[in-house]
Design a protein around this ligand. Sequence first.
Ligand code: ATP
Ligand code: MG
Length: 137
Amino acid sequence: MEQTLSIIKPDAVAKGVIGKILDRFESNGLRIAAMKKVQLSRKDAQEFYAVHKERPFFNDLVDFMISGPVVVSVLEGENAVAKNRELMGATNPKEAEPGTIRADFAENIDANAVHGSDSLENAKKEIAFFFSQREIS
Ligand code: ATP
Ligand code: MG
């Protein structure tokens, strides 16, 4: 059993598709072990995406992630990290497989509806960034 971190990004929250996205997880064997809606501060977003701080899109990414509330959840299931990435689709929604979350709900590479941890190691760090042990069950 693995756990991974999912973020429903500000574009998808603003569009009113939180429920539709959560349904993709629950209908595909990922259980919601923890969940909350949060408005990230600039410092939160900079810290969360620190791996990208040298990339040219870093400031735009941070601005976007704080542009409205996000829904953060811990997803649990067999191969949860890879399973969630598969359900999300490619980073650029134009390249995402039909039927994936990004193909169905994302506008462009900046506003791409969801985040998902990219490895088990990062999943552990990202879960600890948002949740205490008592919030996960
Ligand atoms: P995420 O980490 O949000 O789940 P990802 O793992 O598919 O997405 P990353 O390479 O980690 O993609 O990039 C993080 C985020 O930065 C992307 O979701 C996207 O919004 C933005 N991003 C990535 N590459 C670009 C790019 N070339 N131009 C603009 N924004 C980008
Ligand atoms: Mg990533």
